[in-house]
Design a protein around this ligand. Structure first.
Ligand code: APR
Length: 311
């Protein structure tokens, strides 16, 4: 059995474990700083396995030794947003937590792939790669699947068509400047721009951009966790099953889309070698301009990180 360790057993971490256990993909370890909590959640989930008929070992721990020999490390540890906060407001607190989680887990799992969920996402993925010194195929950030899923859900709500028929692609940084690519999005092959009136499409694009904030304002005490964790489970599955799945994720850019030395949301291929390939879409001028704006916002957060932490 493969092994996945999830650092941070809060809302996203524990729900990621839940989705993964249902898939019977790997044995699971939940690590958190709160004493007893990861152990309690892990035991509770383990006790559900006979009911759903899955043979998965699930353990909780407060130290990284339990993560030894993991194939995948998923980092969700850190603070979530509260109403009025941007993802970037989390930078200094989460940089310390994620930096430590990355370097400590690598000691026990030198061959692991990293999936980073903690916000500000693109910059936490950058930090993980720089701190661990891993090649770029082994560090990927979750964001694009979530943002695209939000757009797909809104299109389904608008049209009444099955979510399975709806393909949407949201690229760029995981912030309000993200880039929903309406030209590449479609319903059963019909371009979204043909299927929906322009004003409805624009409303969906705007709601997608602010999708995370919409949930934060409703929950008031934390941020979204069902959809982010489902995205994370899909990424882990694609890697462990060598699916060669093309999905938007945050990846380290080395010249693609004209960007360098930063993480950014682009279509990637996920397989047994992790982030195996970045897919480059042909973009028109308006799309390029949106991507550049989003990249500038992500770069700014990367620069803020470099002032806080030596990389
Ligand atoms: N090591 C391990 N776990 C930690 C550490 C640490 N150093 N510091 C904090 N944690 C744990 C907290 O104890 C908490 O259980 O991380 C968990 C975070 O869980 P929640 O507060 O429920 O937050 P969650 O909604 O899961 O979001 C976590 O993911 O989507 C992002 O923006 C979100 O950055 C946030 C992160």
């Amino acid at each position: 059995m493969k092994k996945i360790s999830i650092i941070g057993a809060g809302m996203t971490g524990a729900t990621t474990a839940h989705w993964l256990a249902e898939r019977e993909l790997a044995d699971l370890v939940l690590v958190d700083v709160v004493e007893g909590m990861p152990q309690g959640k892990a035991l509770d989930m383990l006790e559900a396995m006979p009911i759903i008929g899955k043979d998965v070992e699930i353990v909780g721990a407060n130290d990284y030794a339990a993560t030894k020999g993991s194939d995948i490390i998923i980092i969700t540890a850190g603070l979530p947003r509260k109403p009025g906060m941007s993802r970037d407001d989390l930078l200094s607190a989460n940089a310390e937590i994620v930096g430590k989680a990355a370097t400590e887990t690598l000691k026990y799992s030198p061959d692991a792939f990293y999936i980073v969920l903690t916000n500000p996402l693109d910059t936490m993925a950058y930090l993980t790669m720089k701190k661990t010194g891993l090649p770029r195929n082994r560090v990927v950030g979750q964001a694009g699947i979530l943002d695209s899923a939000r757009m797909r859900a809104f299109v389904a709500m608008e049209t009444g068509v099955s979510v399975e028929n709806i393909d949407c692609y949201v690229l760029g940084g995981h912030g309000d400047e993200m880039v929903p690519l309406t030209r590449h999005s479609n319903i059963a092959g019909i371009p979204l721009r043909e299927y929906l009136p322009a004003d409805r499409l624009e409303a969906i694009v705007n709601r997608t951009r602010k999708g995370g904030g919409e949930i934060v304002n409703l929950l008031k005490t934390g941020s979204a966790f069902y959809a982010p964790s489902a995205a994370c489970a899909q990424m882990a599955e694609a890697i462990l099953k060598n699916k060669k799945l093309i999905v938007p994720c945050a990846a380290y850019m080395d010249g693609e889309y004209g960007l360098r030395d930063m993480f950014f949301g682009v279509p990637v291929m996920l397989g047994a070698n992790g982030m195996e390939k970045i897919i480059e879409y042909t973009l028109d001028d308006a799309e390029k301009a949106m991507l550049e704006k989003s990249a500038a916002a992500v770069k700014e957060t990367h620069e803020a990180l470099k002032k806080l932490v030596s990389l």
